[in-house]
Write a new protein. Structure first.
Length: 502
C-alpha cells in the first residue's frame, strides 16, 4: 500500500482555491434574486399630474360647411385635437361619462365622436336618419342616445356602439328634449313636450305666454313604453333631474314657473301638509313660482327672499348643485338667477326649507348659468350685453361682472385641481373665453375654426355631471343666436334665422 502526503503549503493553496470557487458560484446563483442597488434612486419632484379634463367645442365656419370638433386640454388650455363633423351642426352634447360627443347637423344626420386627444376624421361616425326626420335635441346618458323627432312626434332611441336606431316611441306634440338619469339606473326618463304645433319653432321665444300647458311623458326603461303624461307649465324649455333621482324640475318659460315632478311616485310633487320630525308643517310644492306675476296667478305663497323680483322671469337653464341641494336657474327674460332650496328630508319628502328662493340680478338675458362644486359662486352667460356675472351664493350678491368676447350663450365650469375654470362660449365668436376661479378674471382665450355652435366640459363637478347631457338647439324657447353686432333679435323671426351662424 502506498500513502501520499501533501505539504501543508500546497494544502492551504488548494483550500483557498476551493473557497473562492464556492464564493463565485454562490454569487452567480444569487445575482438575480438578491441584488440590492448601491445608490437609492431619487423620485422626481414637483406637483402631481392634474386629472384629465377637456373642454370640447363644436364650431362651424358657415351653415353649409362641415362643423369642427376641437378638444382643449384643461391643464394647459391648449388645442389637443381637431376633426371635421357633419355639415352645419345646430346642436351638440356629450354623454354623462364625458367620453363621446354627438351633434345634429343641418342635413338631418347625426355624428358621434370620441373625446380623446388622438381624435381624427376617421374616428367620426355618421348616422343617416329618415329624410323626413327633424331631430331637435339629443339626450346622452352613459349608454344609449335619445333624440326628440318633430316629425310624427316621436322619440328615437339609439343603442349599441356605434349608436344604431333601436325604436321610436310616440309622445305628445312638439317633443323638444329628454331629461332624466345619467346612468339609466333609474326607472324612467321624461320627454318634455310643448304640446302644440309650432311650424316656425320660435313661438316660445316670441310669445311664450300665449302657449298652452306643456307635458312631461314618463318613459319606462324596463319596457320603453310611455306612461300617462304629466301636465307642466307653458312653453317648457329645459329640465334637470336631482342626482338622487327623486325630483325632476321642468323650466316653463311661458308662465315663469318650475314644475316639480316627484319621480318616486311619478306625479307632480303635490301632497297634503304633514309634520316633520321637528314638528314643522311642510307642504309639497307642485310648482315653484319665479316672478311676482306667477305668484299672483297661481296663488302660491311667495317663498322667502323673493322681494325685488320682476314681473317676468323666463327660465331657460338650470343646474342642480349637490353640495348645497340648490337649483340655480337662469331667468333669460328677467335678467336674474333664482337660487332655490330643493332639499329633502330623510324620508324623501320636501324639507321645511324646500322652495325657499333668493333672486340675484345679473346681466341682460342670462342664457345659462354654472355653479362651482362647493356651491359658493355662480357664473352667468349674459347674452345681450356680452358679459359674465359672478354671484356669491351665500350672500346672494354680485361679486363682479366680466366682459367677454361676443354674446355668450353657454357657460360651464370644472374643478380638476385645487382651482377651477369657467368656460364661456358665444355663438357669434370663434373664441372660447376661459375664466380662472382663483382670481375670477379672464385667464385666456382660445381660437377655434369658425363661430362656436356649443361647448361642453368632460367633467362638470358642480352639477354632478348630469346637467348638460341634453343639447340646447336654438329655438323652441331656447335663446337664439344674435345677429352680428346686435344685442336683440329681429322683429320677425324664423327657426332658420334663430339658428343661423353669423
Amino acid at each position: 500500500m502506498r500513502l501520499f502526503f501533501m505539504s501543508s503549503g500546497r494544502a492551504r493553496v488548494r483550500l483557498v482555491q476551493a473557497g473562492a470557487a464556492l464564493t463565485a458560484a454562490a454569487l452567480i446563483a444569487g445575482c438575480g434574486n438578491s441584488y440590492r442597488p448601491v445608490v437609492t434612486p431619487i423620485n422626481s419632484s414637483g406637483p402631481s399630474a392634474q386629472p384629465t379634463s377637456y373642454a370640447v367645442v363644436v364650431s362651424a365656419p358657415s351653415n353649409t360647411s362641415p362643423g369642427i370638433a376641437t378638444i382643449i386640454d384643461y391643464a394647459g388650455d391648449t388645442v389637443m385635437a381637431v376633426a371635421p363633423l357633419g355639415p352645419g351642426p345646430i346642436s351638440f352634447t356629450m354623454d354623462s361619462l364625458g367620453s363621446t360627443g354627438y351633434t345634429i347637423n343641418r342635413d338631418g344626420t347625426l355624428t358621434n365622436f370620441p373625446i380623446t386627444t388622438s381624435l381624427q376624421a376617421k374616428m367620426v361616425i355618421y348616422t343617416t336618419l329618415s329624410s323626413t326626420s327633424k331631430p331637435v335635441n339629443l339626450f346622452s346618458p352613459s349608454s344609449g342616445l335619445w333624440a326628440p323627432d318633430l316629425t310624427g312626434n316621436l322619440i328615437d332611441v339609439f343603442s349599441g356602439s356605434p349608436q344604431t336606431f333601436k325604436l321610436a316611441i310616440p309622445t305628445a306634440p312638439t317633443p323638444i328634449l329628454v331629461a332624466g338619469s345619467p346612468s339609466l339606473q333609474g326607472q324612467r326618463e321624461y320627454v318634455i313636450s310643448q304640446n302644440f304645433t309650432d311650424a316656425t319653432g320660435v313661438a316660445c321665444n316670441t310669445s311664450p305666454t300665449t302657449a298652452p300647458n306643456g307635458v312631461a311623458t314618463p318613459i319606462e326603461l324596463s319596457s320603453f313604453s310611455a306612461d300617462a303624461a304629466i301636465t307642466v307649465g307653458k312653453c317648457p324649455v329645459y329640465a334637470v333631474q336631482s342626482p338622487d333621482q327623486r325630483r325632476l324640475f321642468v323650466l316653463n318659460r311661458g308662465d315663469d314657473t318650475i314644475s316639480v315632478i316627484n319621480i318616486q311616485n311619478n306625479t307632480l310633487d303635490s301632497c297634503l301638509p304633514y309634520k316633520n320630525q321637528n314638528g314643522q308643517t311642510v307642504t309639497c310644492h307642485p310648482t315653484l313660482p319665479l316672478s311676482t306675476a306667477a305668484v299672483n296667478a297661481t296663488g302660491i305663497t311667495p317663498p322667502n327672499g323673493t322681494s325685488g323680483m320682476g314681473t317676468t322671469a323666463g327660465p331657460v337653464f338650470a343646474e342642480f348643485n349637490q353640495t348645497t341641494n340648490q337649483l340655480v336657474v337662469a331667468n333669460y327674460d328677467g335678467g336674474t338667477i333664482s337660487v332655490i332650496d330643493v332639499s329633502l328630508d330623510e324620508y324623501g319628502n320636501d324639507s321645511a326649507n324646500f322652495g325657499t328662493t333668493y333672486t340675484i340680478p345679473v346681466g341682460r338675458n342670462p342664457a345659462s348659468v354654472t355653479v362651482l362644486y362647493d356651491g359658493t359662486r355662480a357664473y352667468t352667460a349674459n347674452q345681450s350685453d356680452g358679459t359674465v356675472t359672478i354671484a356669491n351664493l351665500s350672500s346672494h350678491t354680485v361679486v363682479k361682472t366680466l366682459t367677454v368676447v361676443g354674446h355668450p350663450r353657454t357657460i360651464a365650469s370644472t374643478q380638476n385641481s385645487q382651482y377651477g375654470k369657467v368656460y364661456v362660449a358665444s355663438t357669434d365668436s370663434p373664441y372660447l373665453t376661459i375664466v380662472s376661479t382663483l382670481t375670477d378674471l379672464v385667464d385666456t382665450t382660445v381660437l377655434v375654426e369658425g363661430n362656436v355652435v356649443d361647448m361642453r366640459v368632460s367633467t362638470q363637478n358642480g352639477s354632478s355631471g348630469n346637467s348638460m347631457m341634453t343639447s340646447r338647439a336654438a329655438g323652441h324657447g331656447q335663446p337664439c343666436t344674435l345677429p352680428p353686432g346686435s344685442a336683440a333679435l329681429p322683429a320677425t323671426l324664423t327657426l332658420t334665422a334663430c339658428q343661423m351662424i353669423p
